[in-house]
Design a protein around this ligand. Structure first.
Ligand code: FAD
Length: 566
C-alpha cells in the first residue's frame, strides 16, 4: 500500500551519546520529522528563528525538559546592532556572528537544528512545513514537516518598502549580515568607479551620491559610519574625488531620530549639518529608478536625485509566512502576530510568538488609563492640577513601561513639556488642566503603546522570560498552587511579561554617541561613546565574538578601516 508511511530510523552520535529519531514519508511526499524515540515522554518544542528572540529563548531554556527542534534559514546568530559597523569595515562580519550549533551544544539534553525556512504553520494539525535552504537536498524535494506540542515563533520581520516602486530592484537594505557585506562592496565600487579616468565630473558626482532613506536609528547610524569612513580613511586614499562625495539622508517626518529625546534629535541634526551631511526632512520617496530617486516634499514639489547607491531603512514589515498565518487565524487586520502578555498567540493553544514578528496586545491600556484619571478626579470636576496629572502619569508609567517610552514621542511632547515646565514652580503646579484634553492626547496611546519597540532589547527579554516560563511549566502544572501562580486570577501560572527599558544609544559618528538612559538621563558625546563600547562588548553572545569585536575596534584605531572591498 503506497499510503503506508515509509519509516526510516536514523541514529546520530551527538555529544558523546546516541539519539534516535524517525523520519517518515507523508502522503504528499515531504518528510515528517518526528520526536526522539528514546525519550517519548518529552513534549515536542519547535522554535522558529535564531535571531535575538529565538537565541535568547534557547540560551535560557533547560534543554533537558523538552524534545527541541530549531528551524532557521541561518545557522548563526547575528549581533544586529553592529551591522552598520560592518558596512564600512569597522567590524568584520565574522566577528558579530556565532554558530547556532555552538550555542545549542551547551544545552543539557539534545537540541536538533534544521537549516531551513518555515513556509507554512498549520495550527490545526500542529505541524510546521519547512523547506531546506537552496543547496541542501533533503529527500530530493527539500521539503519536510515538523510536529510540535509547543511552537515558539521568533521569525523576526522583513524590511518595509511601503510598496514603493523600484526599491526592491535598486536599493540596499540593512537587515542581514549579507546586506552589510553587499553595502561594503558597493561603497568601494562607487569610489573605484568614480575614480576612473574616462568619467565626467557630473558622472563622478552621481556615483559618489550616497542616499539613505529613513532617518531612524539604523539610517542615522549608517550615515554617520559612512561619513567617518569617507573622511577618516577614504579621503587619504582617493584625494581626487574626496570633495565630490555627498551623503543625503531623506526623512518623511519632521525630524531624524524622532523616537529619541528632542535634545538628541537637535544635536544629531546640527552635527550632520556641520559635517555636510544633507538631511532632507519632510520628503517622501515615491519611486526609485536605476539612476535617480524621486521624492516629493510637503508642498508636493517633485525632486529627482541622481544617486550612486541607496540604502533603504524605513522600518520593518511582516514576513509573508507570518502574514499568511495571521490571515488563517483571523488576525489579518493586525500588523504583527497579536499575543497576550504571556506571549501566547491570541486564540491558539500552545503557540507562542515573540520579537519583531509579534506584538503584545494590551486591550486594557486605555481602560486602565481612564480609570486612573477618574479615581484621581475626586471632586468630579473634570480637571486635575498639573501636580496631580504628574502623579497619575507616574502611576500609569509604572504599570505600562511602553507608555513611558511613548510619552517621549513627538505627539506627546507639548503636554509633557507643559508638565516639565511646572516642576519646581508652585504656581504652575496648581494650574488646572482638563482631564478630557489630556485623555485625548493619551488616546494615541491606545494605538501606539500596545506595540513595544521592535528592538533587540525587547526580543531578548521576551526570549528570556518565555524560557523561564517553559522551565517551570511542568512543575507548575503538577503543583498549580505553586509560588508562581498569581493568586486571585486563577488563570495563569506565570507573571505576565514586563519589559524593562534599559536605555538606547544612537551612535552619531566622530566617536560621539547619544545615550538615553533610564531616569530621563541624556548623555551625548565622547563619554557616551565609551559607554557604548562597553555595553556592546558586554552584550556579545560569546567570549569569542567579544574578543573579535574588541580586536576589530583596536585594529581600526591603529590601522584605520580596510578599503579593499572584499
Ligand atoms: P531577528 O533577530 O531578525 O531573527 C529572526 C530569525 O528568524 C532569524 O534567525 C531568521 O533567519 C529567522 N527566520 C526568518 N525567516 C524564517 C522562516 N521562514 N523560518 C524560520 N526562521 C526564519 N535593536 C536594539 O535593541 N538595539 C540596536 O542597536 C539595534 N540596532 C539594529 C541595527 C540594525 C542594522 C538592525 C537591522 C536592527 C537593529 N536592532 C537593534 C533591532 C533588532 O535587531 C531587532 O529588533 C531584533 O533582531 C529582533 O529580534 P527577532 O528575534 O525578533 O528577529
Amino acid at each position: 500500500n503506497s499510503m503506508v508511511p515509509k519509516v526510516v530510523v536514523l541514529v546520530a552520535v551527538s555529544g558523546g551519546g546516541l539519539i534516535a529519531y524517525s523520519e517518515s514519508q507523508s502522503d504528499h511526499g515531504a518528510s515528517i520529522v518526528r520526536s526522539s524515540e528514546t525519550e517519548p515522554k518529552k513534549k515536542k518544542l519547535v522554535v522558529l528563528g535564531t535571531g535575538w528572540a529565538g537565541t535568547s529563548f534557547l540560551k535560557n531554556l533547560d534543554g533537558s525538559l523538552y524534545d527541541i527542534q530549531v528551524v532557521s534559514p541561518r545557522n548563526y546568530f547575528a549581533f544586529t546592532p553592529l551591522l552598520p559597523s560592518v558596512t564600512c569595515g569597522t567590524v568584520e562580519a565574522r566577528s558579530i556572528v556565532e554558530p547556532i550549533r555552538k550555542i545549542i551544544k551547551k544545552k543539557h539534553g539534545e537540541v536538533r537544528f534544521w537549516e531551513a525556512e518555515c513556509f507554512k504553520i498549520d495550527p490545526v494539525n500542529k505541524k510546521v512545513h519547512c523547506q531546506a535552504n537552496a543547496g541542501s537536498n533533503l529527500n530530493g524535494t527539500g521539503e519536510f514537516v515538523v510536529d510540535y506540542d509547543y511552537l515558539v515563533i521568533a521569525m523576526g520581520a522583513k524590511a518595509n518598502t511601503f510598496n514603493t516602486p523600484g526599491v526592491v530592484e535598486h536599493c540596499h537594505f540593512l537587515k542581514e549580515v549579507e546586506d552589510a557585506q553587499r553595502i561594503r562592496r558597493s561603497v568601494i565600487d562607487s569610489l573605484e568607479k568614480a575614480n576612473l579616468p574616462n568619467l565626467s565630473e557630473e558622472e563622478k558626482r552621481k556615483n559618489l551620491q550616497f542616499v539613505i532613506v529613513g532617518g531612524g536609528p539604523t539610517g542615522v547610524e549608517f550615515a554617520a559610519e559612512l561619513h567617518d569612513f569617507l573622511t577618516e580613511d577614504v579621503g587619504k586614499i582617493y584625494p581626487n574625488i574626496r570633495d565630490l562625495v555627498r551623503i543625503t539622508v531623506v526623512e518623511a517626518g519632521g525630524h531624524i531620530l524622532s523616537m529619541f529625546d528632542k535634545r538628541i534629535t537637535a544635536f544629531a541634526e546640527q552635527k550632520f549639518q556641520r559635517e555636510g551631511i544633507d538631511v532632507k526632512l519632510g520628503y517622501k520617496v515615491t519611486k526609485v529608478s536605476d539612476k535617480t530617486i524621486t521624492m516629493v516634499d510637503r508642498e508636493n514639489t517633485v525632486t529627482d536625485l541622481p544617486y550612486g547607491m541607496v540604502v533603504w531603512s524605513t522600518g520593518i514589515g511582516t514576513r509573508p509566512v507570518i502574514r499568511n498565518f495571521m490571515e488563517e487565524i483571523g488576525q489579518a487586520d493586525r500588523r504583527a502576530l497579536a499575543t497576550d502578555e504571556w506571549m501566547r498567540v491570541q486564540g491558539l493553544e500552545n503557540v507562542y510568538a515573540l520579537g519583531d514578528c509579534a506584538t503584545i496586545y494590551q486591550r486594557k491600556v486605555m481602560e486602565d488609563v481612564s480609570a486612573i484619571f477618574n479615581v484621581a478626579d475626586k471632586d468630579n470636576s473634570g480637571t486635575l492640577t498639573v501636580k496631580e496629572i504628574q502623579d497619575v502619569l507616574g502611576d500609569i508609567c509604572e504599570r505600562y513601561p511602553q507608555v513611558q517610552l511613548y510619552l517621549k514621542s513627538r505627539d506627546m511632547r507639548g503636554l509633557v513639556d507643559l508638565l516639565n515646565d511646572a516642576e519646581g514652580n508652585e504656581r504652575k503646579e496648581n494650574r488646572e488642566l482638563s482631564i478630557e484634553e489630556f485623555k485625548k492626547a493619551l488616546a494615541h496611546v491606545d494605538s501606539q503603546v500596545k506595540f513595544l519597540p521592535a528592538t533587540a532589547q525587547v526580543a531578548a527579554q521576551q526570549g528570556e522570560y518565555l524560557a523561564k516560563c517553559f522551565n517551570r511549566m511542568k512543575e507548575c502544572e503538577e503543583k498549580p498552587e505553586g509560588p508562581l501562580r498569581i493568586r486571585g486570577t486563577g488563570r495563569h501560572h506565570f507573571r505576565p511579561f514586563r519589559y524593562k527599558h534599559l536605555g538606547s544609544f544612537a551612535p552619531l559618528g566622530g566617536e560621539q554617541t547619544a545615550a538615553e538612559l533610564p531616569g530621563d538621563w541624556i548623555s551625548i558625546g565622547h563619554s557616551s561613546q565609551w559607554l557604548w563600547y562597553s555595553v556592546y562588548a558586554s552584550k556579545q553572545v560569546s567570549w569569542r565574538t567579544r574578543a573579535l569585536v574588541i580586536s576589530d575596534w583596536m585594529r581600526r584605531f591603529i590601522f584605520g578601516r580596510d578599503s579593499s572591498g572584499i
